[in-house]
Design a protein around this ligand. Structure first.
Ligand SMILES: *[C@@H]1O[C@H](CO)[C@@H](O)[C@H](O)[C@H]1NC(C)=O
Ligand SMILES: *[C@@H]1O[C@H](CO)[C@@H](O)[C@H](O)[C@H]1NC(C)=O
Ligand SMILES: *[C@@H]1O[C@H](CO)[C@@H](O)[C@H](O)[C@H]1NC(C)=O
Ligand SMILES: *[C@@H]1O[C@H](CO)[C@@H](O)[C@H](O)[C@H]1NC(C)=O
Ligand SMILES: *[C@@H]1O[C@H](CO)[C@@H](O)[C@H](O)[C@H]1NC(C)=O
Ligand SMILES: *[C@@H]1O[C@H](CO)[C@@H](O)[C@H](O)[C@H]1NC(C)=O
Length: 555
């Protein structure tokens, strides 16, 4: 017994002596050691503050850089996740502006490429914590990985599009992360001149928004947008209406505005979360309630994250020109159609009120003549103008997928490739392993298909969703290794297949253009193909025609 205790103490002491310490511009950090699948030590710095806690007077404000500290600050555990309705992404607190840094070598002579990953979650959920975005696969490559939290929901985005509530606090959190990286990443062995911005879903929306944002210029060198693009209605209805609705739900007066904002600053973060479900307008929709807005010019030099509609900026070529990797999974949100069909009330409601519901569920403008034309076109193409029954499962599933993810992703690829000076690489992820974010409701052993988030299983270890760490014994292991190789090649060189290798099926990933529509199909093998979902995409192009000339307001 005593012997065991002594041994344990010795082991603990040994681990502590090896704990890495790094000096940042704000102070010293003590990290801890995690392990990659191939057995490398990962020096991990978790819960690193990159801004002051956005509480009290700082709520609804751009982030303020964190103050320096004396001595060594522990960075050995994940920081708080931002307030959100559901758990499992870490302990929650409004004091949530933390990032994690992972590296396998601190004293490098040649600084390593850096990737900054912005998590998914519809701008209302998830976190960058290691329990959801574990570095155990990526760090077998010589790169430095940064994951970060940003404010969520009303606390991250509430906007009146004026000086009282300009909005985009969460997007400015992300910019602050990028500034932190420029200032500090060299101390972790990272190269501030080689930063890849990567994001999934809402994180991918964010990546493309950073490309058009004046605030993010010069802070990154490559971009990866996985399963998401901001070319949808990112806020359900008008932001002002949502802000006033939030105030009313929290018993705050909507007028005068100063009083409203003051009142909203007095409420607890959990009060906001308590009203989350009141923003649903049909079933679990809309998926996006609070999100990025075009920010007003306050005329006082306040930095604006987004100065115009992102589609107009992309059309005008007014974006940071960098290599872009972009794509989506085979089925994305197909399962949301099934969710409707399994609830007779929802099916009935969608049937009888399709014109009101379609713009809510499929994220486009409401109440206009154009909106009604789009609704009619979608109903014709996806539902053959028939009532919604179980026979509509495929059409409704595709409609959810195409509206929220697939068409906006294709349009972003098209607009960016037209004006970019660097290549755009397009993919479809179609590999079906044994694990998934969604299982067949009629057979819990069977995955539903290759859905939203499934490709992330091969990039980040996620222990919270009962996913396992893939080891060489697992049939998914080769796919994980291929994904890591492709993704890290891009992070290092801006080219996912710089050379032909057997691991990557000798494939050369050719860039996408609007003329060739080439994409890499990432299945159990890798192959180049052309013209993904072309009929479905053509339907959307017809319903959402691009303007012939652009007139972007400068500024
Ligand atoms: C930091 O961690 C060390 C080692 O685990 C511990 O001894 C120390 O009390 C911690 N410091 C703080 C401020 O929590
Ligand atoms: C708002 O008022 C209602 C009704 O009086 C009450 O139930 C609720 O707790 C209040 N909410 C907040 C956040 O004050
Ligand atoms: C967009 O255009 C404005 C005005 O010409 C310019 O100042 C800004 O740098 C451009 N933004 C990007 C991201 O290229
Ligand atoms: C449908 O609505 C009725 C009446 O509100 C309710 O009793 C029933 O439980 C609902 N069914 C489902 C599947 O939610
Ligand atoms: C679809 O089928 C399921 C059973 O597979 C059933 O529970 C459901 O009510 C059906 N939905 C419609 C709209 O017919
Ligand atoms: C790749 O090419 C090499 C050399 O031509 C060949 O030996 C190998 O079998 C190929 N591998 C695959 C997976 O096609």
């Amino acid at each position: 017994m005593k012997c065991v205790a002594v041994l344990l103490l010795t082991v603990l002491a040994a681990v502590r002596a090896n704990d890495p310490v790094v000096r940042t511009a704000q102070g010293q950090l003590r990290g801890s050691v995690l392990r990659t699948v191939d057995g490398r030590d990962i020096f991990s710095f978790r819960g690193v503050p990159f801004a002051k806690p956005p509480v009290g007077d700082l709520r609804f404000k751009a982030p303020v850089p964190v103050e320096s500290w004396d001595g060594i600050r522990n960075a050995t555990e994940d920081g708080f996740a931002c307030p959100q309705r559901w758990g499992s992404f870490g302990t929650r607190s409004e004091d949530c502006l933390f990032l994690n840094v992972y590296t396998t070598k601190l004293d490098v002579t040649t600084p390593r490429p850096v990737v900054v990953f912005f998590h998914p979650g519809g701008y209302f959920s998830v976190s960058g914590n290691s329990i959801w975005a574990g570095p155990n696969y990526l760090l077998d490559e010589d790169i430095v990985v940064v994951t970060a939290n940003y404010r969520l929901g009303a606390l991250g985005f509430l906007s009146l599009r004026d000086a009282n509530l300009p909005g985009n606090y969460a997007m400015k959190d992300q910019v602050q992360v990028l500034r932190w990286v420029q200032e500090n990443i060299a101390a972790f062995g990272g190269d501030a001149g080689s930063v890849t911005l990567a994001g999934y879903s809402a994180g991918a929306f964010s990546v493309i928004l950073h490309m058009v944002s004046p605030m993010s210029q010069g802070l990154f060198h490559r971009a990866m947008a996985m399963s998401g693009s901001p070319l949808v209605e990112m806020v359900a209805g008008r932001p002002e209406d949502q802000a006033r609705k939030q105030a009313t739900l929290l018993n705050c007066t909507a007028e005068p505005v100063e009083e409203m904002v003051n009142c909203l600053r007095q409420k607890e973060a959990r009060d906001f979360i308590g009203t989350f479900l009141s923003f649903r307008e049909f079933a679990n929709d809309p998926m996006l309630v609070f999100g990025p807005v075009v920010e007003p010019d306050l005329g006082d030099g306040t930095e604006r994250f987004l100065t115009a509609d992102p589609q107009e900026l992309l059309l005008a070529g007014n974006f940071t020109k960098v290599p872009l990797m972009i794509g989506h999974t085979t089925m994305e949100f197909h399962w949301k159609g099934l969710q409707i069909l399994q609830n007779s009330n929802w099916t009935e409601e969608m049937n009888s009120d399709f014109e009101r519901i379609a713009p809510i569920s499929f994220l486009y403008e409401r109440g206009t003549e154009k909106s009604r034309r789009i609704t009619a076109g979608l109903r014709k193409y996806y539902l053959k103008d028939q009532p919604i029954t179980n026979a509509s499962a495929t059409g409704l599933g595709q409609l959810y997928s195409d509206s929220i993810i697939i068409f906006p992703v294709h349009r972003a690829a098209k607009l960016i490739s037209a004006k970019n000076t660097a290549p755009v690489y397009f993919y479809k992820f179609s590999y079906a392993g044994r694990y998934s974010y969604v299982y067949d409701p009629l057979d819990s052993q069977r995955t539903y298909g290759v859905v939203h988030h499934d490709d992330l299983l091969y990039l980040f270890y996620n222990p919270t969703g009962s996913f396992k760490l893939f080891t060489p014994q697992d049939e998914e292991f080769p796919t994980m290794k291929k994904m890591i190789k492709i993704w890290s090649n891009f992070m290092k060189e801006g080219n996912p297949t710089p050379e032909r290798t057997s691991l990557l099926s000798n494939v050369t990933w050719e860039p996408y253009t609007a003329d060739n529509l080439k994409y890499l199909d990432i299945g159990s093998t890798l192959s180049m193909k052309e013209g993904l979902y072309s009929e479905r995409i053509a339907t959307w192009e017809r319903l959402f025609p691009l303007p012939h000339t652009t007139n972007v307001k400068k500024g």
